[in-house]
Design a protein around this ligand. Structure first.
Ligand SMILES: NC(=O)c1ccc[n+]([C@@H]2O[C@H](COP(=O)([O-])OP(=O)(O)OC[C@H]3O[C@@H](n4cnc5c(N)ncnc54)[C@H](O)[C@@H]3O)[C@@H](O)[C@H]2O)c1
Ligand SMILES: [Zn+2]
Ligand SMILES: [Zn+2]
Length: 393
């Protein structure tokens, strides 16, 4: 089959690799019909390169048709239309029962001290072959796959794999008070969808922040008050000006470790690519590698006693944080990978023909898998109006 394979920093290729097969009785094989390109894949594309191995298959936003099932998979049949959560969970352990599927005790990558295994996400998360491929082996298919109805195009449902539950969790964790104001940093797919979820819940003032014209324009057209980072030296002050001088009740950071605007760590990120793996990996483990260009303003722009919800991914081990400010302002912080299955039943009713969240035309690019190298470059550089790319293998 064809698959998107990592060969080195900013070097992904479409290779022919062996077809996956059923290995455990709880496996399924799914033929991908649509499979997304996520902001998290961009971390692998460059910054998290030291954790990648040449030959790794990337991708974790799968949707397709069941092609084969193992003997213990009784909930699925060949031909079913399914969306697969980006994390692999058992559905039976204590953590899954708590709704913390990203902490699943069955699939936790204990040798790396990491949470649940993820599709296509480095050896830190189990080095499980990913979904930007013609076929995907789905472990724990007796629990994970979400069956979706026939009829609407894939766009209606594919975002259940990641974008929708991630945006949803960012809003849940933001703890928005009645009548509250929310600032959303980053208007990529996750931040944009978070703005839409907030509006759907009736939050009146949603302030979206980014530095890319078409991302700002697209959410402004749907009622978000936008602030262009390039026009403000002090973005937190700009948010205070819109919120009676107090700051936003809740702030969602949908940017993460590759934030624009911290030159020193940007240099550290680039340098690790030129180090031999034996040196670069420990360096990534022990150096504060995150660019905090979004998290620090988030802490600054939240009002005293408010909540910061981090949904953008961070990976540093010794990031310097302004603890005095965080303590003195009495802020709450919540974070983590989205627990996909925890939110699916809440989201599903919104995926009807009224399309309140605008999923049907959320993708700006639908491309064949062969165009993956170009698509990664375009999505990273934010050219050609690329906001969300999906592949149709
Ligand atoms: N927690 C989860 O489960 C989960 C799931 C999916 C994605 N993510 C993470 O969410 C983040 C966003 O992903 P995405 O798919 O939307 O991709 P993305 O990379 O396209 O979005 C990031 C956006 O932030 C903007 N930005 C950069 N620096 C900024 C700054 N200082 N202030 C404001 N905006 C800034 C960029 O212009 C871009 O539009 C990534 O870190 C990704 O890894 C987390
Ligand atoms: Zn993702
Ligand atoms: Zn579990």
């Amino acid at each position: 089959m064809k698959a998107v394979v990592w060969h080195g920093p900013r070097d992904v290729r479409v290779d022919t690799v062996p077809d996956p097969t059923i290995q455990e009785p709880t496996d399924a094989i799914v033929r991908m019909t649509t499979t997304g390109l996520c902001g998290s894949d961009l971390h692998l594309y460059e910054v998290l390169g030291p954790y990648m191995r040449e030959g790794d298959i990337i991708g974790h936003e799968p949707m397709g048709i069941v092609e084969a099932v193992g003997d213990d998979v009784t909930n699925l049949a060949v031909g079913d239309r399914v969306v697969i959560p980006f994390q692999i969970a058992c559905g039976r352990c204590d953590q899954c029962n708590r709704g913390l599927q990203t902490q699943c005790e069955t699939t936790q990558v204990t040798e790396e001290d990491s949470g649940a295994a993820l599709f296509g996400y480095t050896k830190l998360y189990g080095a499980v072959p990913g979904a930007q491929a013609e076929l995907l082996r789905v472990p724990h298919a007796d629990y994970g796959p979400i069956k979706v109805p026939e009829g609407p195009a894939d766009d209606r449902f594919v975002y259940l794999s990641d974008v929708l539950p991630t945006a949803w969790q960012s809003v849940e964790y933001a703890n928005v008070p009645d009548g509250g104001t929310v600032a959303v940093l980053g208007l990529g797919p996750i931040g944009a969808m978070a703005c839409r979820v907030l509006q759907q819940r009736g939050v009146e003032q949603v302030i979206g922040i980014d530095l890319v014209d078409e991302r700002l324009a697209r959410e402004a057209a749907r009622g978000t008050t936008t602030l262009d980072l390039r026009e403000h030296d002090d973005i937190a002050e700009a948010v205070r000006e819109l919120t009676k001088g107090r700051g936003a009740d809740s702030v969602i950071d949908a940017v993460g470790m590759e934030a624009h605007g911290s030159p020193a760590t940007k240099l550290a990120h680039r340098l690790t690519q030129f180090l031999p793996k034996a040196i670069s990996e420990p360096f990534m483990d022990h150096a504060g590698v995150d660019r905090l260009g979004a998290m620090l303003p988030a802490i600054d722009m939240v009002r005293r006693g408010g909540t910061v919800s981090l949904i953008g991914v961070y990976g540093g081990m010794v990031d310097p944080l302004p603890m005095m400010t965080m303590f003195d302002k009495q802020i709450t912080m919540r974070m983590g990978q989205a627990n996909v299955k925890h939110w699916v039943d809440d989201i599903m009713p919104l995926l009807d023909d009224t399309d309140v969240l605008g999923v049907d035309d959320f993708a700006t690019h639908r491309l064949p898998l062969d165009e993956a190298p170009k698509a990664y470059e375009m999505f990273q550089q934010k050219t050609n109006g690329a906001i969300k790319v999906v592949f149709q293998p």
